[in-house]
Design a binder for this molecule. Structure first.
Ligand SMILES: Cc1ncc(C[n+]2csc(CCOP(=O)(O)OP(=O)(O)O)c2C)c(N)n1
Ligand SMILES: *[C@@H]1O[C@H](CO)[C@@H](O)[C@H](O)[C@H]1NC(C)=O
Ligand SMILES: *[C@@H]1O[C@H](CO)[C@@H](O)[C@H](O)[C@H]1NC(C)=O
Ligand SMILES: CC(=O)N[C@H]1CO[C@H](CO)[C@@H](O)[C@@H]1O
Ligand SMILES: [Mg+2]
Length: 682
């Protein structure tokens, strides 16, 4: 049913506009332009949405994503008037101040903010992930008469989001997937920071999105035609087999003396401009952060009360669902607590040295296969490397619209296509949906870098997504330097809050999955080999789960060799070499720096004690290893194309080559006092 609008709607919209203007003015920093242009659309969207500000985590709420995150003064103002306790009027006054609840761009932690946005292009991809998660959740659990999951993900995005390539990746996939639950509102104001968009952006966006398989609706007067905005949303809601892009023509900085120019994009309005805009909108120019009581009352009646009612009706429905469908009901209830099925980790395979050598990408496939059926919140996929990175579990079917005949929305395997960055951003959205969704996605380790923008946001927002990153070194061989990672691990190890695993054998792979899946706020990259790796003497899941451990101890060691992944087995052989040359050595396996760094100092000093030098061995950049190692043997150049074993030999990563480096290190440190690199003040 179409909504009706009257004077109070305009007063409410102008209240939101001026709250944003005042917040930016108080901070003397921020972006007033987009909030002034988009307040009408935000108002109409939130009036259409089903959500309960008193229970922001309600699983069946509609989601709203502000992909143009610089417009967050709009979002904070909206959350305030909609009754979110997370944003009081004081919080608006503290906009952009140190440790306020209203930081410079929206952050996931704040109730009402569905995803962290600001890096343009990401938010709309997150919205695609939210829509995928909703479709999967609904298809998995809805029963006739029990629609425990329904409805919409809304996203607002600007010119910048549409210019960023990542949004094209996700939008193309969303069209293919026929995500009718996704409604995106494009702020077509023809302005970015550089001025008019016609200096760089003259494509026909509507045609592009139609070509992706979206429904496109143009609204000519987004500044004031509330009925047209509402009609567009109504139509978008009715279209259930296509996502919808509403191309909304707006005026950036609507009401400002500088409206329609880039001058209002990212600078506070001047005092005289603020005075005139308040008068224009019928507000007292002397008052700041004014919210007329009738506006609060209006939103209370129109949005807050109905939202609370919808939530309590859903609660009643869900409790009937639980008694009617006890298995599914218990499963949903468990997922909502964020706990994995009890004892799931016992399903992970373990290995002994008697087991045969296997590529760790294959070990990863075996691990995923062993848990996939038991963990319904696992939702996998690959950026077009399914057969070679082995991410598709035997039990899985494709997540596809039924109409394609390729699968259905119950499917838990997503064909992302060759779209690593889109995949990363979509996985963030899936994780942000809640219901304990655990997305994982496969690609070559080297191409995780393509998705670095999204990986950084996983870490910043604390989305525990998992990258199954195969072909993790020069060991991939013939594909050569374009495909062989060198700096990749150093880069991601430098990122806060991410586990970067490079497991050496089956037990270490199991440990990586155990920690990755148990993580509630930390993403993981699991770097896996193409080549076969032996099952190591001395490895256990428990030890590897500490991130680093002594694989083979030697009380008389003159050197510790620390290594990761495919080189650990070679180091073990090098140590045998050294033993026959009379040089005792110990071996440390360090599959994940971040997990190891969290162990006690006491434990870390047991692994890296004073007394003997530490040599790191890894066929990647040595950058970062000096945290643990006195000396490093790695590759600080690009790799080489050739057969994997030959490339290893070429760079000297053989038992003999490593033993030679170790001897040089032992000779150099002979007679010197050696302190552990971890034995430090800070
Ligand atoms: C990935 C990324 N690149 C650059 C920026 C800096 N930036 C912030 S807003 C903006 C212009 C965006 O234009 P548009 O989306 O049209 O927003 P409007 O000016 O209409 O508010 C830019 C380049 C950013 N936030 N993210
Ligand atoms: C939204 O909810 C209504 C009512 O439950 C339902 O009829 C409709 O199909 C839902 N739409 C989507 C896209 O889930
Ligand atoms: C570009 O857009 C600006 C502002 O909308 C307009 O004034 C100008 O004429 C346009 N230039 C061209 C070449 O289209
Ligand atoms: C589960 C799955 O898709 N496994 C495939 C992995 O790739 C190999 C070949 O590279 C196939 O033989 C498997 O069927
Ligand atoms: Mg713009």
């Amino acid at each position: 049913m179409p909504l009706t609008f009257s004077d109070i709607d305009n007063k409410a919209i102008n209240t939101i506009r001026l709250l944003a203007v005042d917040a930016v003015a108080a901070a003397n920093s921020g972006h007033p332009g987009a909030p002034l242009g988009l307040a009408p659309a935000a108002h109409v969207i939130f009036k259409n949405m089903k959500f309960n500000p008193k229970n922001p985590d309600w699983i069946n709420r509609d989601r709203f994503v502000l992909s143009n995150g610089h417009a967050c003064a709009l979002l904070y103002s909206v959350l305030h008037v909609m009754g979110y306790e997370s944003v009081g009027i004081e919080d608006l006054k503290q906009f952009r101040q140190l440790n306020s609840k209203t930081p410079g761009h929206p952050e996931f932690e704040l109730p009402g903010v569905e995803v962290t946005t600001g890096p343009l292009g990401q938010g709309v991809c997150n919205a695609v992930g939210l829509a995928i998660a909703q479709a999967n959740f609904a298809a998995t659990y809805n029963k006739p008469g029990f629609e425990i999951s329904d409805n919409y993900t809304y996203a607002m995005l600007g010119d910048g989001c549409l210019q960023e390539g990542v949004s094209s990746e996700a939008s193309s996939l969303a069209g293919h997937l026929q995500l009718g639950n996704l409604i995106a509102i494009y702020d077509d104001n023809k302005i970015t920071i550089d001025g008019a968009t016609n200096v760089s952006f003259t494509e026909d966006v509507a045609k592009r999105y139609e070509a992706y398989g979206w429904e496109v609706i143009v609204v000519k007067n987004g500044d004031s035609d509330l009925a047209a905005i509402d009609a567009a949303i109504e139509q978008a809601k009715k279209t259930t087999n296509k996502p919808t892009l509403i191309q909304l023509e707006t005026t950036i900085g609507y009401g400002s003396l500088n409206q329609g120019t880039s001058g209002v994009h990212g600078s506070p309005l001047k005092a005289d401009d603020i005075a005139q805009i308040k008068e224009k909108f019928g507000f007292n120019p002397k008052e700041n952060f004014a919210v007329p009581q009738e506006v609060y009352d209006f939103y209370n009646k129109e949005v807050i009360v109905p939202g609370a009612k919808a939530n309590s009706e859903w609660d009643a429905l869900f409790s009937k669902y639980q008694s009617e469908f006890s298995t599914e009901g218990a499963e949903v209830a468990r997922r909502l607590t964020g706990e994995l099925p009890a004892g799931w980790e016992k399903l992970l395979p373990t290995y002994t040295p008697a087991d045969s050598a296997v590529a760790s990408r294959k070990l990863s496939e075996i691990a995923l296969d062993s848990i996939f059926d038991k963990i319904p919140e696992l939702i996998g996929g690959s950026a077009d490397l399914t057969p070679s990175n082995l991410t598709k579990s035997k039990g899985s079917t494709d997540f596809q619209p039924e109409a394609t005949g390729l699968g259905d929305y119950k499917g838990r395997y997503i064909r992302y296509g060759v779209r690593e960055h889109g995949m990363g951003a979509i996985m963030n959205g899936i994780a942000a949906f809640g219901a304990n969704f655990k997305p994982y996605g496969g690609t070559f380790l080297n191409f995780v870098s393509y998705a670095a923008g999204a990986v950084r946001l996983s870490a910043l927002s604390g989305h525990p997504v998992i990258w199954v990153a195969t072909h993790d070194s020069i060991g991939l061989g013939e594909d050569g330097p374009t495909h062989q990672p060198i700096e990749t691990l150093a880069h991601f190890r430098a990122l806060p809050n991410i586990n970067v695993w490079r497991p050496a054998d089956g037990n270490e792979v199991a440990a990586a999955y155990k920690i990755a899946l148990e993580s509630k706020h930390t993403p993981s990259i699991i770097a896996l080999s193409r080549q076969n790796l032996p099952q190591l003497e001395g490895s256990t899941v428990e030890k590897a789960a500490k991130g680093g451990y002594v694989l083979s101890e030697n009380k008389d060691a003159k050197i510790t060799i620390v290594s990761t992944g495919s080189e650990v087995g070679i180091v073990v052989d090098a140590v045998k070499n050294l033993a026959s040359a009379g040089i005792p050595a110990r071996v440390v396996s360090l599959p994940d720096f971040n997990t190891f760094d969290k162990q006690s100092k006491e434990y870390k000093l047991e692994v890296f004690p004073d007394g003997a030098p530490v040599l790191s061995v890894e066929v990647l950049s040595t950058f970062g290893w000096n945290k643990y190692a006195h000396e490093s043997f790695g590759i600080n150049r690009f790799g080489a194309s050739g057969k994997g074993p030959e490339v290893y030999k070429y760079f000297g990563f053989t038992p003999e080559g490593i033993a030679q480096k170790a001897k040089t290190v032992v000779d150099f440190y002979e007679g010197r006092e050696v302190k552990s690199m971890l034995n430090k003040a800070l």
